[in-house]
Design a protein around this ligand. Structure first.
Ligand code: FAD
Ligand code: UDP
Length: 366
């Protein structure tokens, strides 16, 4: 009765379901064990009527026009440029580090050349950049590394930056200009009615049936599906045969305050290791909502809990590779998404990966 079973209704699953039904004319059953669409990008109204992101702040940004074109079929956009401040030595300063950061921290007013020279004078020579620690000390030196990266990373990952791939802290650039935006991508915007509404539009197709609160593990007769698209944790699919793949989790503490504005920026980072949470997000900056109250969330990293972040380091990658070998051999199953591919993907990268996976399937279909 169905041609495809798609497991997981996040970006990976919703894109696959939409493409298979809309592009191939296939009949699709889309399931998620949660009681909602949108995966970790889920953004309902809270009990005060304020739009929140249930699983932490999700900001859409991309350089991939193909992803913008695709998602724009399901949503209009509200332009939004994200800004983050970090609490360092009691002051709130811009991160990524830029001219303004250096001025507020060191009292120096520098143009681009002088800022570059200032940072170069602090940078340490690193022969081979292997870890996140290497990546940062090679750019800004040990003091700024200690102030902005060491504590935050140790809290977020439960690992020292020296134990993580350079790409983790390497996500955060260093700037010598005064651009205070967190991202510089060509497209930065939020779905105008929120992520969940966009997802509704994606899966609203006569050939897509949606079953929420439905776990793949409880489906007995999987043979009746010609092909499975799996977007959950890859180790779970294989019953953790080689051991559990570590995923970092978070505990979210939400608070609603009786004031229209709580903090100076959408997100305030807390790199100090003595503060138990990593960052505070005030949602109204992200959504543009006007409301007399405001809701914030603080993120407390955890080893246990819902899987949120694959851990980019050599040990985890080696374990993942063992699962990847099994996944490649699995007939009639496609693994796609952040948990299934064990990649620290942003939303746009997941959509791109799903579009590519779909194209591969479509080729085989003709
Ligand atoms: P998910 O969204 O995790 O969806 C997978 C779905 O599969 C889940 O809904 C799950 O319930 C379901 N599932 C799993 N196993 C089963 C099963 N056995 N049966 C049924 N269903 C199952 N990206 C950005 O681009 N910008 C950001 O600002 C950003 N911020 C983030 C902040 C946080 C705190 C986190 C955790 C992530 C952030 N991301 C951000 C990344 C973004 O969330 C992911 O790239 C994207 O949501 C991944 O989509 P996905 O479909 O691969 O996975
Ligand atoms: N990071 C940091 N200090 C900061 C911001 C980021 O050390 O103020 C490091 C940290 O290791 C974090 C990584 O850079 O996990 C990537 O940051 P990003 O904001 O992209 O994290 P995400 O939004 O994916 O949680």
């Amino acid at each position: 009765m169905y041609d495809y079973l798609v497991v997981g209704a996040g970006f990976a699953g919703a894109t696959m379901a939409e493409r298979l039904a809309g592009g191939l004319g296939a009949r699709v059953l889309l399931i998620d064990r949660r009681d909602h669409l949108a995966g970790n990008a889920y953004d309902p109204l809270d009990e005060h009527g304020i739009r929140i992101h249930r699983y932490g702040p999700h900001i859409f940004h991309t350089n991939a026009q193909r992803v913008v074109d695709y998602l724009s079929r399901f949503t209009a956009w509200r332009p939004y440029e994200h800004r983050v401040l970090a609490r360092v030595r009691g002051a709130l300063v811009p991160i990524p580090i830029n001219q303004v950061t250096l001025h507020r921290l060191f009292g120096v007013r520098l143009d681009e050349r002088a800022a570059a020279a200032f940072l170069a004078g602090r940078a340490e020579g690193v022969e081979r950049i292997a870890s996140s620690e290497d990546a940062i000390v090679a750019k800004v030196g040990r003091e700024l590394y200690g102030l902005f990266f060491r504590g935050y990373t140790r809290k977020q990952w439960g690992l020292d930056p020296s134990e993580l791939d350079s790409s983790v802290c390497g996500r955060i650039p260093t700037r010598v200009d005064d651009d205070c935006r967190y991202f510089t991508d060509t497209f930065q915007a939020m779905p105008r009615e929120g992520f969940a509404t966009m997802f509704q539009a994606m899966v609203e197709h006569p050939r897509v049936e949606l079953a929420l609160g439905c776990d793949y593990r409880s489906i007995a007769d999987r043979e009746r599906f010609g092909h499975v698209i799996f977007t959950g944790p890859v180790d779970e699919y294989f019953d953790e045969r080689f051991g559990k793949l570590p995923y970092r989790s978070l505990h979210f503490e939400f608070e609603t305050l009786d004031t229209p504005v709580y903090q100076e920026a959408a997100v305030v980072n807390e790199p100090d290791e003595s503060v138990p949470y990593t960052r505070t997000t005030e949602f109204k900056y992200l959504t543009g909502q006007v409301h007399p109250k405001t809701t914030i969330v603080r993120e407390y990293p955890r080893a246990e809990g819902d899987p949120y972040y694959p851990i980019p380091n050599p040990e985890c990658r080696a374990l993942y590779q063992k699962y990847a070998v099994l996944a490649a051999k699995e007939r009639n199953v496609t693994f796609v998404g952040r948990l299934a591919e064990y990649r620290y993907y942003n939303m746009d990268q997941v959509v791109a990966s799903a579009l590519t996976a779909f194209e591969e399937l479509a080729k085989a279909h003709v």
